[in-house]
Design a protein around this ligand. Structure first.
Ligand code: MBD
Ligand code: FE
Length: 296
């Protein structure tokens, strides 16, 4: 049975284009690629044409998530699987496929309402190696592990699990967490050696609660942390180490309001599921009301 292999690209609605370009370069280390399209620019983290398509407008939330499969036969198999499960989708037009810079593309929606794309064949620009937005000790963790992970708010948790299971991800509830509104039980799912590519089950106003990007070198996490602190960007959760993916991370406000989790040191998924009540250390709450008021 065909499975998605990675979270390949993401589209974001952003209202503050210049704020995002500065933040992406200076705080995160991403490469900004502006090809002169009036309402669209890109962020790169490796040799892909882009990992992030930044759609400039009024809103600030996720626009779509792109999940990769191996080749055109896998994409056809995915169509068969969606049809058998009664999930509505459409095959993207030639123009839409070209716009995403992929060879083949299906469009559907997840149960939370996130526009979901399944594609094969991304454009990889080997003539244009990744050029970080600021000096870097290492690189971003990508390769076969995708760009990072997203925590999506909304959608019935069982329906979300069933949908992403159908796409080929695996996982379970990995925490029972205390919040001001009661205990939440977020689900974490993986499709490659990244411990999770998507999580859900935490309430929120935007579809996107946070996105996590991972460095290969801990020094780059430290440089990012300094940059965020120097700019006095609000930090929701201070540096700490997650119990499930073992990553050292912190959460601060992106220019869109949703949180950016920057990290280092994530591990592979467990061979058998387990759950946690608290993290290993840290992740102390600092600024509340900006997206993640959980006791980690
Ligand atoms: C994560 O990446 C995360 O965002 C939370 C809330 C818990 C464990 C791992
Ligand atoms: Fe996370």
């Amino acid at each position: 049975m065909v499975k998605v292999t990675e979270l390949g690209y993401i589209g974001l609605h952003v209202s503050n284009a210049q704020g995002w370009k500065d933040y992406a370069r200076d705080c995160v280390g991403l490469e900004v690629l502006d090809e002169g399209e009036h309402d669209l620019f890109y962020l790169r983290m490796d040799n892909w044409h882009h990992r992030f398509a930044m759609h400039v407008g009024e809103q600030d939330d996720i626009a779509y998530m792109g999940w990769r499969v191996g080749d055109s036969e896998d994409l056809t198999d995915m169509e068969d699987k969606l049809q058998a499960a009664g999930i509505a989708y459409r095959v993207a037009s030639i123009e839409e496929t070209a716009e995403r810079r992929v060879l083949g593309l299906l469009k559907l929606q997840d149960p939370a309402g996130v526009p979901t794309e399944i594609f094969y064949g991304p454009q990889i620009d080997m003539h244009m190696p990744f050029y970080p937005g600021r000096r870097m000790h290492g690189r971003f963790v990508t390769g076969g592990n995708g760009l990072g992970h997203c925590l999506i708010s909304g959608g019935d948790v069982k329906a979300m699990y069933d949908f992403y299971k159908l796409l080929g991800l695996s996982g379970s509830i990995e925490y029972h967490l205390g919040t001001p509104g009661g205990v939440v039980k977020p689900v974490f799912m993986h499709c490659n050696d990244r411990q999770h590519s998507i999580a859900f089950g935490v309430p929120g106003e935007k579809l996107l609660n946070h996105m996590m990007l991972e460095y290969t070198d801990m020094n780059d996490l430290g440089v990012s942390h300094d940059a965020v602190r120097q700019r006095q960007i609000p930090v929701a959760l201070q540096l700490g180490k997650h119990a499930n993916d073992q990553a050292l991370t912190f959460y601060s406000a992106s220019p869109s309001g949703w949180l950016m989790e920057l990290g280092w040191g994530g591990c592979i998924p467990p061979s058998q599921q387990q759950y946690h009540l608290l993290d290993v250390f840290g992740h102390a709450p600092e600024v509340s009301g900006i997206g993640l008021d959980v006791q980690l």
